[in-house]
Design a protein around this ligand. Structure first.
Ligand code: BYC
Length: 472
């Protein structure tokens, strides 16, 4: 039954119609979600038709339908990947037992906390990006922004469904609270650090899609391994949508790098600012910032929380079933990064408590592949510079490196050295003002801002000059 019922007030493939209590709870939440979308969703453009994709099935092939939609009329709904018959838990103490269709009573609190933390990031990102519309570099990019925003809204629905369906009154209270916290708010901030940072310009946004959405990929993939089957199924389908968000980030930064290189060649200078481009040094500082705050999202290197999530069968490793070990990890070790005195070192640690670091390793390797593709563009222009990921000890706020000052190339620094040098490594107020000055909305179909190259192709085989957002 991969089809999704769109005749329902809340589109779904979970037979909502047969669960009146749940249907009522979600129908009560729906207007509150729409109110939140109105207050905290994209500023402007709410009455414009946008060329958006909507999930019409959870089949890997042909799951999306593209059409003109006004964002408030987007059909947010509940879509779980198809169940795997007789699915077994693949790790932890319950390895080999049937996956749970309901929440195991003893894990209720922990599971709720995980789902709430995941759910909290989704509306947070929409809030962070709400002011970007008016400074879009093109209609193509504007459409992609709104696509990401409506899908993050849908991911919130996905978590609210789990909370309402499986956690009773507590779950409904958490669903309300997800609409009440606000990114960056001093009194009721979002749960995780990166989701309280500002996304003031499009370079920050593209970096966010590359680095922070990629944390989403790794966290969702780990939760997709969960023994709690509804969580696994919902995360599996979310990952289908998530791929586009990372595409927006990777291809977006690549287009910025491309434009910078073109300007460098054309004007024979590294200083492309006066020609309307963003210099590679500034791009590097943005990478350093967004990578480091996203590394924090994996939690501490040594975490008993992570060990418990795993032992309980709630959160696995990335591609758990492909790992060639006992999937219990009681006696295994793993090499983690640490600091000893003024040296950054690696050392063995019990594998179970090292699961955050292990996931961070998978993530860093994936980020490095993207950066290598950006460097290819630089190389193709005959330019002898490389972009780099910062060392994982650089600019961290969570875990072993939170109290260490380290350089992007991985040297421990004194406070005085850090004070003297950090402006070369992180976006400065002047960088931000310059990038901000480039942010002038470009909304003529087929036209692009001076600082970003056009994409190589349009969306859903449409031409690049397609009117992706219909403006009056
Ligand atoms: N900021 O043992 P620790 C996405 C807290 S992104 C603030 O080190 P643990 C998306 C931690 O909560 C994916 N607090 O870490 C992307 C804990 O607090 P409590 C989101 C932090 O618990 C773009 C305490 O510090 N999904 O989908 O092993 C757009 C000690 O924790 C931070 C998930 O994160 C931080 N950075 O792991 C839209 C998956 N880091 O509980 C969407 C669910 C840690 O003692 N979450 N803390 O009060 C988890 O699996 C875990 O909660 C974490 C932390 C991996 C985040």
């Amino acid at each position: 039954m991969p089809g999704i019922d769109y005749s329902e007030r809340i589109p779904n493939n979970v037979n909502l119609i047969e669960n009146r209590r749940l249907q009522r709870a979600l129908e009560e939440w729906q207007p509150k979600f729409l109110e939140w979308w109105h207050d905290m969703g994209p500023v402007g453009f709410q009455g414009n038709e946008v060329y958006l994709r909507t999930a019409v099935s959870v089949d890997a092939q042909g799951w999306a339908h593209f059409d003109w939609v006004r964002m408030p009329e987007y059909r947010w709904g509940i879509f779980l990947a198809e169940p795997e018959p007789s699915r077994l838990i693949t790790f932890g103490d319950h390895k080999g037992s049937p996956a749970w269709p309901e929440v195991p009573g003893e894990y209720r609190g922990v599971l709720r906390r995980l789902i709430v933390t995941q759910g909290d990031t989704e509306p947070a990102s929409v809030e962070q990006q709400r002011h970007l519309g008016k400074t879009c570099p093109s209609l193509y990019d504007l459409r992609n922004l709104f696509q990401v925003n409506v899908e993050e809204g849908r991911h919130l629905w996905a978590m609210v469904y789990l909370l309402d369906a499986h956690f009773g009154r507590d779950g409904r209270e958490e669903s309300e609270a997800l609409l009440q916290r606000r990114s960056g708010d001093a009194d009721k901030p979002r749960i995780l650090g990166a989701f309280n940072e500002r996304t003031p310009d499009w370079l920050s946004y593209l970096m966010f899609c590359f680095f922070t959405d990629r944390d989403g990929k790794y966290q969702l993939a780990s939760l997709a391994e969960s023994g709690f089957d509804p969580l696994s199924r919902t995360c599996r389908f979310m990952l289908t949508e998530e791929a586009h968000h990372m595409f927006v980030g990777e291809s977006g930064v690549q287009r910025v790098v491309q434009r910078t290189c073109e300007l460098m060649r054309e004007h024979r200078t590294d200083d492309v600012r006066k020609h309307g481009g963003i210099d590679l040094a500034t791009i590097q500082r943005y990478i350093n910032f967004h990578c480091s705050v996203s590394l924090d999202l994996f939690g501490s290197e040594v975490s008993t929380n992570a060990a418990n999530f795993y032992t309980m069968g709630l959160k696995g490793r990335f591609e758990e079933t492909k790992k060639d070990d006992d999937h219990r990890l009681k006696d295994a070790t793993y090499t983690i990064a640490d600091v000893q005195g003024d040296r950054l070192v690696t050392r063995p640690e019990a594998a179970l408590v090292s699961l955050n670091e292990r996931l961070r390793d998978d993530y860093v390797a994936d980020c490095a592949r993207g950066v290598a593709r950006w460097n290819q563009v630089i190389k193709q222009h005959g330019i002898d510079t490389q972009l780099r990921l910062p060392h994982r000890a650089f600019h961290r706020a969570i875990g072993a490196f939170a109290d260490v000052k380290a350089s992007p190339d991985g040297r421990v620094l004194s406070q005085a050295e850090w004070d003297a040098k950090h402006r070369a490594w992180l976006p400065t107020a002047e960088d931000q003002a310059f990038v901000g000055s480039l942010m002038q909305g470009v909304t003529e179909p087929g036209k692009f801002a001076s600082w970003i190259a056009p994409p190589s192709r349009g969306i859903n085989s449409k031409p690049i000059e397609f009117e992706y957002v219909r403006l009056p």
